[in-house]
Write a protein that binds this ligand. Structure first.
Ligand SMILES: C=CC1=C(C)c2cc3[nH]c(cc4nc(cc5[nH]c(cc1n2)c(C)c5CCC(=O)O)C(CCC(=O)O)=C4C)c(C)c3C=C
Ligand SMILES: [Fe+2]
Length: 350
């Protein structure tokens, strides 16, 4: 049996809610060329000169409103996932964050200490969908660190799982109690947004995404890396499994930064419009995240709720992310075991 280790990878959070820590985190995050995709000098000027100085104090305040006694919800929930998965494996399970701590290098080094003669690391990016600014940067960064340190072990990666039946089942069952009884007017599937430009950049055909009419519903190889297609599939498969009435389901994109055209429709805009369309009781689920974080707990459950109520809505209920939901933990364990036992190429990205 190969000597293996597992790394669960998430986005990361600042070390604390102090402005200096938030500033450091935002600088690392937004200086990533797969997030702000501009030439280095222009990016440095914009990020270090404008965006971060303006954003860090506001962002720190937002983090203070959701911070838990034991730290950032995103980190704590990723640690809890690790603790739920570890008992199912002889192999050690570590966590790594793309930005901030614990770093990828620390995760690799921990595995090397725990497994003498380490032969393989299975990387599990905790993103259901492929985006240049989430899944791709996580995987590429892990490869970069692996190469830089000349590690002898092999690195294999779990693919995005946006349409995997185990994931769809876990997501659907987490939503089911909220839709049972039919006492809601609408359910919003709100995904983290990305610039439209990013969708076109990751289109390997160069001719499909946002170019072909109704592109996400026209079969294409481009869909293996298309965030918009993958999020639409998650919504469709989940809504179908739950038998949700079509008129009660809507998909939106949240967390826009800057003035570029991002994927439409914007969650913030729809939260203001929906009450005028008669939607008073709203459910919001955020399937782009497997762990609750600033974007769910603050942007939706606090800011979003306030806008919706001010616009005439009565009730906004945030459906929690999968976090350590038993069906989700079982799915993650099943995939990792399938790979570890059978070396199933189905599950991995070569
Ligand atoms: C689905 C995963 C994510 C994608 C895609 C993504 C793209 C993306 N994000 C920003 C800018 C920011 N995002 C921030 C927070 C944040 N983003 C994700 C996930 C994705 N981002 C998560 C899970 C979080 C929360 C982290 C936490 O600690 O809880 C932030 C920081 C907070 C703030 O100041 O608003 C920024 C900035 C861009 C520009 C982008 C795509 C280009
Ligand atoms: Fe983000």
């Amino acid at each position: 049996m190969a000597k293996r280790g597992i790394i669960l990878m998430n986005l990361g959070s600042p070390d604390s809610t102090e402005v200096k820590d938030v500033r450091r985190y935002l600088n690392e995050f937004l200086m990533d060329g797969k997030v702000i995709d501009m030439p280095f000098l222009l990016r440095t000027l914009l990020v270090r000169g404008f965006i971060v100085p303006l954003r860090a104090p506001k962002s720190a305040e937002a983090y203070r409103s959701i911070w838990w006694p034991n730290g950032s919800p995103l980190i704590v929930l990723t640690e809890q996932l690790q603790q739920a998965i570890q008992p199912e494996f002889d192999e050690p399970v570590e966590i790594a964050m793309r930005y901030g701590n614990p770093t990828p290098q620390a995760a690799y080094e921990n595995l090397l200490k725990k497994v003498p003669g380490l032969e393989e690391v299975i990387l599990f990016p905790l993103y259901p969908h492929y985006a240049m600014s989430s899944y791709e940067t996580a995987v590429e960064y892990m490869k970069e660190v692996h190469k830089k340190h000349n590690y002898a072990f092999k690195l294999t990666t779990i693919k995005p799982f946006y349409n995997n039946p185990d994931y769809i089942q876990a997501l659907s069952e987490s939503i089911r109690p909220y839709v049972a009884g039919n006492s809601y007017d609408k359910i919003l599937f709100s995904y983290h947004g990305i610039p439209e430009r990013h969708v076109q950049k990751t289109d390997m055909t160069g001719a499909h995404c946002l170019k072909v009419n109704d592109c996400c519903n026209v079969p294409s190889q481009a869909h293996t890396t298309c965030y918009r297609h993958q999020t639409m599939q998650t919504t469709k498969l989940t809504a179908d499994r739950l038998n949700l009435p079509k008129e009660k389901v809507e998909q939106t994109f949240q967390s826009r930064l800057g003035r570029d055209q991002w994927l439409l429709p914007y969650t913030a805009q729809r939260l203001l419009e929906l009450p005028k369309e008669g939607v008073k009781k709203l459910l919001v689920v955020c399937p782009a995240f497997v762990s609750d974080c600033l974007e769910t707990l603050e942007e939706i459950a606090m800011q979003g709720k306030e806008s919706f109520i001010e616009a005439g809505g009565e009730e906004l209920t945030l459906i929690p992310c999968l976090n350590v939901d038993p069906l989700w933990v079982n799915a993650a364990v099943k995939w990792l075991k399938e790979y570890a036992e059978a070396g199933s190429k189905e599950m991995i990205l070569a």
